[in-house]
Ligand binder design. Structure first.
Ligand SMILES: CC(C)(COP(=O)(O)OP(=O)(O)OC[C@H]1O[C@@H](n2cnc3c(N)ncnc32)[C@H](O)[C@@H]1OP(=O)(O)O)[C@@H](O)C(=O)NCCC(=O)NCCS
Length: 156
């Protein structure tokens, strides 16, 4: 029988399964190359978990999607789905759930690869599909990236 997909806030007890997925996708993220960087990222994830700002997608005990976000900055800070589970609308569901925690009066921002970078093709297509629009070209941690911005529709 297929496991049901659950989208929920990640908790401290999820950290090992969470990092198992991060290890699988780390090549797509500049700055996660070394063991030290991964250890630091683990602490960052625990910090986001303690602030109810870490969302995961679970299939049984397996974490197949992860999203870190900042309520202060209305920002997506990290998003990844296990390669074997992509194109099943898991990232879309995690972003929808994240929006329930965000300030609806402010735009949501994310930075991702600039156009023409192979690693950025999926992310850029994904954000555009969710109505994010291309924003400023900036530099972040020494990498050339681009902001994508989602203007939220305020429902009165
Ligand atoms: C970007 C990423 C998170 C998308 O996750 P996902 O769960 O596969 O995305 P979804 O299934 O929710 O995609 C929703 C829609 O976005 C678009 N989309 C997603 N991936 C796409 C791709 N590779 N090519 C074209 N369109 C894509 C499609 O319109 C898709 O709907 P459809 O499958 O019905 O056509 C995933 O590819 C990933 O983890 N990539 C590596 C890490 C990364 O780039 N993270 C973001 C860095 S900021």
């Amino acid at each position: 029988m297929l496991n049901k997909m659950i989208i929920e806030l990640g908790k401290e007890c999820d950290i090992d399964n969470w990092m198992y997925l991060v290890n699988k996708v780390k090549d797509g993220f500049p700055g996660l190359e070394t063991k030290e960087a991964l250890d630091e990222h683990r602490d960052t994830v625990l910090d986001f978990m303690s602030k109810q700002s870490a969302i995961c997608a679970k299939s049984g005990n397996k974490i197949v999607g992860t999203l870190l976000f900042s309520k202060n900055h209305n920002m997506i800070c990290f998003l990844a789905v296990d390669a074997e589970y992509r194109r099943q609308h898991i990232a879309e569901k995690m972003v929808s759930y994240m929006l329930t925690f965000m300030d609806p009066k402010r735009a949501v921002v994310v930075t991702t690869y600039r156009e023409g970078v192979p690693e950025g093709v999926a992310a850029r297509a994904f954000y555009k599909r969710l109505d994010f629009v291309e924003g400023r070209l900036i530099e972040e941690f020494g990498s050339l990236v681009q902001e994508f911005v989602l203007e939220q529709k305020i429902i009165k």
